[in-house]
Design a protein around this ligand. Sequence first.
Ligand SMILES: Nc1ncnc2c1ncn2[C@@H]1O[C@H](COP(=O)(O)OP(=O)(O)OP(=O)(O)O)[C@@H](O)[C@H]1O
Ligand SMILES: [Mg+2]
Length: 263
Amino acid sequence: MSAVSLEHVSKIFPPRAVGWAGLFKKSDRPGFQALNDVSLTIEHGEFFGLLGPNGAGKTTLISVLAGLCRASTGQASVCGHDVVTDYQAARRSLGVVPQELVYDPFFTVRETLRIQSGYFGFRNNDDWIDEILSHLGLSDKADENMRALSGGMKRRVLVAQALVHRPPVIVLDEPTAGVDVDLRRSLWEFISRLNREGHTIMLTTHYLEEAEALCGRIAMLKRGQIVALESTQALLARTGGSLEQAFVQIMNTPTGHSMENQL
Ligand SMILES: Nc1ncnc2c1ncn2[C@@H]1O[C@H](COP(=O)(O)OP(=O)(O)OP(=O)(O)O)[C@@H](O)[C@H]1O
Ligand SMILES: [Mg+2]
């Protein structure tokens, strides 16, 4: 049983409804294909990188895994639990650090993390919450209101939120966008430790040197399709340079079937 499995997953976003009437009838305008027949398996304990340019479909793929959007076709599972038919177990197995900053401005950091723990049935989770806060440099902010935190600190809380239920699989969608060098270092130390302890990590980032240093295996997405999937070592050996050079080379290679996302 793999940590993450995607089998022939495609996602077509329906066209935007025009006006009130549009909400009630099927549009004959084309939809947008964000994922095109993506198949991918991540084994337990891997540190896996999902790379691709803006709009490649990385967040859409993560949203399918997290149950935030439903695949149009294909199957996805986390730790063997189908994300649709066995969604509760799938959600419990997964912690997602979202790309966008989303938070409730009415609660303190600790309250936010206690509420998040409650969603997963954890009542007395303060020891683990304190440990996470300390690793993320947030101990002195525990009783601050969320709206009083800087952008980078809010992002740290999002990381903490994803970890409160100790999920075996942790997905980080650009966790270091807008955070300072200090947090980057402590975050990667902490995530690497979790990985050494057996957690599976899936990371998306545009900082390719981070991916090169951390990820054992890498998938590259281009316009919703996987265009590379191999170990970081093999990828670097094949392309003969840094991961950034490999990325540029692969992204500039025609995919063969020039895919237009517009259906
Ligand atoms: N709800 C939606 N409705 C319609 N189109 C969408 C929706 N969400 C995403 N898309 C489109 O799907 C494509 C993939 O978006 P996605 O957010 O997955 O890209 P990404 O690889 O995460 O990019 P980035 O690096 O900028 O975060 C984009 O063209 C986007 O505009
Ligand atoms: Mg994204």
